[in-house]
Design a protein around this ligand. Structure first.
Ligand code: C5P
Length: 221
């Protein structure tokens, strides 16, 4: 396995980690891993193939044989078994499935190898919930982005509307709080900053300010 540098960017949904990770990766010419997208694709696949989510072995088997392609139809696109699921993985049901699967040890285990495979030269920016705590414990730096729930719901709202997906702000806020709670309270890989993570609260920062802070941390570590 490659020992290329990994920059871990963890945090709750809507903290800006996807946007920031992508800009930092572009700036450094590094690869990008959106680990949440893997959980989301698995969620879409569970629904598509009618897998019983209460059967961990069936979910793990499915996870092991998924054919997932990133970027086949342009940057940010995602394909599952030859079909585009770029929009589908951002729907409320896919978010909910991803969060449910995220609490399943068998699903986490099954997706681990795929995530490790993204570690390639010249380096990787990995975003998720447990990049710095579990998947890449030797990442440097480890960054934990956060923001108030209201700000995060608002960002998600704008993102969805911008992609042509209908959304209702109060529903997004409720779902986000529910997911935060489930992600933080689960026993396996709970959402929490690594001991050696730098915490950045992005509530009152714009994207450029956060990218600059992250790049400074990268240069200094
Ligand atoms: O980051 P995103 O909101 O796309 O992630 C969707 C869900 O996938 C999260 O709510 C979380 O439950 C799960 N997830 C996870 N571990 C990761 C990334 C995402 O459990 N590293």
């Amino acid at each position: 396995m490659s020992n290329a540098r990994v920059i871990a960017i963890d945090g709750p949904s809507g903290s800006g980690k996807g946007t920031i990770a992508s800009l930092v990766a572009d700036n450094l010419g590094y690869k990008l891993l959106d680990s949440g997208a893997l959980y989301r694709v698995l969620g879409v696949a569970v629904l598509k193939y009618n897998i019983d989510i209460n059967k961990p072995s069936a979910v793990a088997e499915l996870a092991g044989k998924l054919n997932i392609e990133f970027g086949r139809g342009g940057p940010g696109t995602l394909w599952l078994d030859g079909e585009s699921v770029t929009k589908e993985i951002r729907t409320a049901i896919a978010s909910d499935m991803a969060s449910t699967l995220g609490a399943m040890p068998a699903a986490r285990e099954a997706l681990l190898e795929a995530q490790l495979g993204f570690r390639q030269p010249p380096g990787l920016v990995a975003d998720g919930r447990d990049m710095g705590t579990v998947v890449f414990p030797d990442a440097r730096p480890k960054i934990y982005l956060t923001a108030s729930p209201e700000e995060r719901a608002e960002r998600r709202y704008k993102q969805l509307i911008g992609k042509g997906i209908d959304a209702i702000l109060p529903d997004l806020l409720r779902d986000l709080k529910e997911r935060d709670q489930r992600d933080s309270e689960r026993t396996i890989s709970p959402l929490k900053p690594a001991k050696d993570a730098v915490i950045i609260d992005t509530t009152n920062l714009d994207i450029d300010q956060v990218v600059s802070q992250v790049l400074e941390l990268v240069a200094g570590s």
